[in-house]
Design a protein around this ligand. Structure first.
Ligand SMILES: Cc1cc2nc3c(=O)[nH]c(=O)nc-3n(C[C@H](O)[C@H](O)[C@H](O)COP(=O)(O)OP(=O)(O)OC[C@H]3O[C@@H](n4cnc5c(N)ncnc54)[C@H](O)[C@@H]3O)c2cc1C
Length: 267
């Protein structure tokens, strides 16, 4: 990588991940770097940190972690992005925190003050904050070290909320929640989610089908259908939410493979 950077010192080097972010930032007439083969995964002693190659897809990382009973603190709806691409754009996971919040250090190939290419380790201060959402501007991210946690269950309760404030108020109790502003109804459908220690299933008024059925009586069916589709996107490696019960407690992340998931972990 350093040789490549030195060779293209006067050109325009760009990096592409999985290409999920359509933007001119990855266009170049010069050198476009694709790190898909840089995808090693190493869980650190103590099992609270994992170092991963920049080109590793999030789904592949989750599979590695699952085999060790671990997962990421926050997982989004789509897991096809590369780890570096998701971090470079601050792609969010479930709830308030994005994957970037859990980045502890990064190795970045960039130019030093004398113009030569070098590898920089960034692990604290303003540089780390900048690297957590650098959109490729700091250099070529080679490796990322993230926090990892033991697998957990996710409890979900769905509810209609009248406004954004009402949704955000719930964030303390449901830090993994996702929500939608529903067109025409001008109210919010919140999937209030939090981590749970055990797997329990209970039917109830807070289940997604019951809440959507309530919406059916008030809004055009197409709106409900869009919500249903949005909530049903499968994401391998992420915990699923059962359609039949709520609050619902899920099997550990990435172990559960329901045949017809009705909703996935938030994005
Ligand atoms: C169908 C779909 C659904 C999505 N859903 C969500 C969602 O729910 N939540 C959300 O937050 N986002 C979502 N996104 C956005 C997507 O997660 C982000 O755009 C993410 O950046 C994609 O990662 P990537 O690997 O495809 O990166 P790319 O799109 O390839 O690159 C993104 C940026 O990161 C830079 N980059 C990539 N790799 C490196 C590297 N090694 N070093 C330095 N810079 C690098 C690139 O130069 C570019 O500027 C979605 C996108 C799609 C297409």
């Amino acid at each position: 990588m350093l040789r490549l950077l030195n060779e293209h010192h006067d050109g325009t080097v760009r990096v592409v991940g999985a290409g999920h972010s359509w933007n001119p930032g990855i266009e170049t007439p010069d050198a476009l770097v694709d790190l898909r083969h840089l995808r090693h995964v190493r869980v650190h002693e103590g099992r609270t940190r994992v170092t991963v190659g920049a080109g590793c897809r999030i789904g592949a990382l989750l599979k590695h972690l699952t085999r060790r009973g671990l997962t990421l603190p926050s997982i989004g709806l789509i897991d096809r992005q590369t780890v570096a691409g998701a971090v470079a754009t601050g792609t969010h996971g479930s709830g308030r925190h994005s994957m970037s919040h859990y980045v502890q250090s990064m190795r970045i190939a960039c130019y030093g003050a004398n113009g030569d290419a070098r590898v920089l380790t960034v692990d604290s201060g303003p540089m780390l904050r900048a690297a957590r959402c650098s959109v490729g501007a700091l250099g070529v991210v080679l490796e990322v070290t993230l926090a990892c946690v033991p697998q957990y269950y996710v409890r979900e309760r769905c509810a209609w909320r009248p406004g954004l404030d009402a949704v955000l108020e719930k964030e303390r109790d449901a830090p993994l929640q996702q929500f939608y502003l529903v067109p025409h109804a001008w109210r919010y459908l919140a999937q209030e989610r939090s981590a749970a220690e055990e797997n329990r299933r209970r039917g109830g008024r807070g289940s997604l089908p019951r809440v959507l059925a309530d919406h059916d009586r008030r809004a055009p069916p197409c709106v409900t259908e869009v919500l249903r589709l949005a909530a049903a996107q499968p994401s391998p490696g992420a915990p699923r939410v059962s359609a039949h019960s709520a609050p619902v407690h899920l099997p550990p992340v990435a172990r559960h493979r329901p045949q017809r998931p009705s909703a996935s972990h938030a994005s």
